[in-house]
Design a protein around this ligand. Structure first.
Ligand code: WT7
Length: 630
């Protein structure tokens, strides 16, 4: 480590940590990657297997539609499974799973390969082909991993909808992606209850006409409706002779789509972020290896949900590409008691824990004794993602969970970036609350309104100035919006939507979103989704949603509602509206607070001025009001 003076509240890595990590000298690696950007990435790509090599590493003729590893052929699943099955890793555990009800299952690489092939054959028997979209709506189960890998293996594009979303969110995503096949679980256990995924899907399907086949994976075994001709049990199809046939991975072009994943943007409905087989594979493989310093013997736990990008990149693809053993847990962290996580870390000997600040704050509230009664000495590294981590939570995580011995990797990235972008590595000095510096080779900047770099310690728009392998390729079905949303504010730079500042050591501090995205418990929601759910209620004329600070959730949703003339403003109606949003979008979108108002602050062009509502709620100066209508 360079002996540069570094200021602030700094945690230096232990000598032993540096000596044992993949990247011992971050500065040297960064210099190398900056000076040899394409070479750096092609070397990383060469650690994986390709059916045909690339002719060009980066193609930027049609900016911002960048291409990576042009001309190469591969399949990410070949590298996740088949590559390991040829080596002694075939008998290594790929996945250890624990259900909320205590059930547990393990899969070696050999077994996960076999189960994925089976799943892929079942999908093929339903007519799923390369390029088809398949929607997956499941809980945290081994089968969701198989379902995703099975799609990718045959070249179908998976679109996973988080199991915490509900009817309208699911309907909208099925329809936008034009999926003909839906894979769903009967239900999932959460806090001792069953989340009725299939029932929710049935209701969504009454609104979406595209789906021909519903493949149902049995988890809870509770009574569900099976519509004949449309719905089929996975376990029944999986016993047919066709399921055990060979199913070599489809040869994919590096730039062929791997998946789409919907996320909330500035305005309007959620957009389908598209990722590809080649670049995404290289990006997730490399970042996980370097940042979480993956070792042969590791047991790694990313406690996110596969339904979000964190799960796609760092539960499913990144860990399997690295041949590591992942742990997955189905349920709630405090079920049946607040020591559930710590109990599992002890029982399975987890070395790496990667979670979100909201979870840390939640666990912290239960008190230290739940943690300290367990032997957590297996832990070597900790991780955080999803929102800025407040120093208090950081220190608790570091001292109590990590016993002062585990560096915390605070990773900043997005659905769109596909991979870690601002992140430490174990050998890097840490400052609680900062994700440190951009991943080696990446050029990131903080800009003012005019697009000029701001001075150190000043706030501005966070942008990315060079392409990276796992970058978003387009918004599926809406390339214009891709250009408009990310590349038009500061031409040539990718707009992240976050504000940030950079300190004198080059460390970046994320402040938060500058658009209409609200991060609730680390989940990304759009004001538009919440508002349109409210307006879909028969009593509501207009609605506005804002995020206000919340101790555990980071932000909580507050809404302002104009009711139809003559409708009585009751407390019961407030509760009904909250429930309605929960039913349409999902429990995570349920407003904390509903306020009935007679008007909303708007610009002369009719746009709701959410910042005025926010300032009023917080009792602060609303700033420039010159565009306010009245
Ligand atoms: C937004 C992206 C990609 C992982 C999960 C979120 C916020 C993410 C951090 C962090 C501060 C963070 C940003 C970003 N964010 N990680 N370490 N520190 N903020 O993915 O749902 O696409 O959300 O999450 O605001 O723009 P996502």
């Amino acid at each position: 480590m360079a002996e540069k003076l570094i200021s602030g509240d700094v945690y230096f890595p232990a000598e032993e940590t540096v000596a044992n990590s993949h990247v011992k000298d971050w500065n040297a690696l960064n210099k190398y990657a900056l000076e040899n950007y394409e070479k750096f990435w092609s070397e990383r790509a060469s650690e994986l297997e390709w059916f045909q090599p690339w002719e060009k590493i980066i193609e930027d003729e049609d900016k911002p539609f960048y291409k990576w590893f042009v001309g190469a052929k591969t399949n990410i699943v070949h590298n996740c499974l088949d590559r390991h099955v040829k080596t002694p890793n075939r008998n290594k555990l790929a996945l250890i799973w624990e259900g909320e009800n205590g059930e547990s299952k393990t899969y070696s690489y050999f077994a996960l390969h076999r189960e994925t092939v089976k799943f892929a054959n079942v999908l093929k028997s339903l007519g799923v082909k390369k390029g088809d979209r398949v929607t997956i709506y499941m809980g945290r189960s081994p089968e969701i991993v198989m379902a995703m890998l099975a799609c990718a293996r045959i070249g179908a594009i998976h679109s996973v909808v988080y199991g915490g979303f509900s009817v309208e969110a699911l309907h909208e995503r099925i329809e936008d992606s034009q999926s003909r096949v839906l894979i769903v679980q009967d239900g999932a256990y959460q806090r001792g209850k069953i989340v009725p995924l299939k029932d929710i899907a049935d209701e969504a399907l009454q609104r979406a006409a595209t789906v021909e086949h519903v493949l149902v994976v049995k988890r809870t075994g509770h009574q569900i409706n099976m519509e004949s001709g449309r719905d089929m049990w996975y376990h029944e199809l999986a016993t047919l002779p066709i399921a055990t046939q060979k199913c070599p991975p489809e040869e994919m072009d590096a730039e062929d789509p791997l998946f789409i994943l919907y996320t909330s943007g500035t305005t309007g409905k959620p957009k389908a972020i598209l990722h590809t087989h080649g670049g995404y594979m290289v990006g997730t493989y490399t970042t996980l290896k370097y940042v979480f310093d993956i070792k042969e013997e590791d047991r790694y736990w990313c406690a996110a949900d596969p339904g979000w990008i964190t799960g796609h990149s760092y539960i499913v693809y990144g860990p399997l590409l690295n041949g590591t053993t992942s742990f997955m847990y189905e349920g709630a962290p405090n079920y049946p008691y607040p020591n559930r996580w710590w109990q599992m870390i002890e029982r399975y000997g987890i070395n790496i824990l990667y979670t979100a600040p909201t979870a840390i704050r939640g666990l912290m509230r239960w008190g230290n004794a739940w943690v300290t009664r367990h032997d957590l000495s297996s832990l070597r590294l900790l991780g955080s993602v999803g929102e800025p981590i407040n120093p208090e939570a950081w220190k608790w995580y570091y001292d109590v969970v990590g016993r002062g011995k585990c560096p915390i990797m605070d990773t900043w990235w997005q659905t769109e970036t596909g991979m870690f972008m601002i992140t430490p590595m174990p050998s890097v000095p840490l400052k609680p609350g900062s994700g440190t510096r951009p991943f080696p080779g990446l050029l990131m900047d903080v800009l003012d309104e005019e697009g000029k770099s701001v001075k150190n310690n000043e706030e501005g728009f966070l942008v990315i100035k060079n392409p990276w392998p796992a970058m978003i390729r387009t918004i599926y079905g809406d390339p214009d919006r891709y250009v408009q949303q990310y590349w038009s504010r500061f031409p040539g730079s990718y707009l992240t939507g976050d504000s940030a500042r950079r300190d004198d050591d080059g460390y970046i501090w994320i402040i938060g979103r500058v658009d209409d995205v609200i991060k609730v418990s680390g989940y990304r929601l759009g004001t538009a989704e919440i508002e349109s759910a409210l307006v879909s209620h028969p009593y509501v004329v207009e609605a506005a949603a804002i995020g206000l600070p919340h101790e555990v959730k980071g932000n909580a949703i507050h809404t302002f509602v104009i009711l139809k003339y003559g409708v009585e403003k009751t407390e019961e109606l407030k509760e009904e509206l909250k429930k309605h949003v929960g039913h349409e979008v999902g429990p995570i979108a349920k407003p904390e607070h509903v306020e009935f108002v007679d008007s909303l602050p708007k610009t002369r062009s009719g746009k709701i001025m959410r910042r005025v509502l926010k300032a009023k709620a917080l009792g602060i100066d609303p700033g420039n009001l010159s565009t306010l209508e009245d």
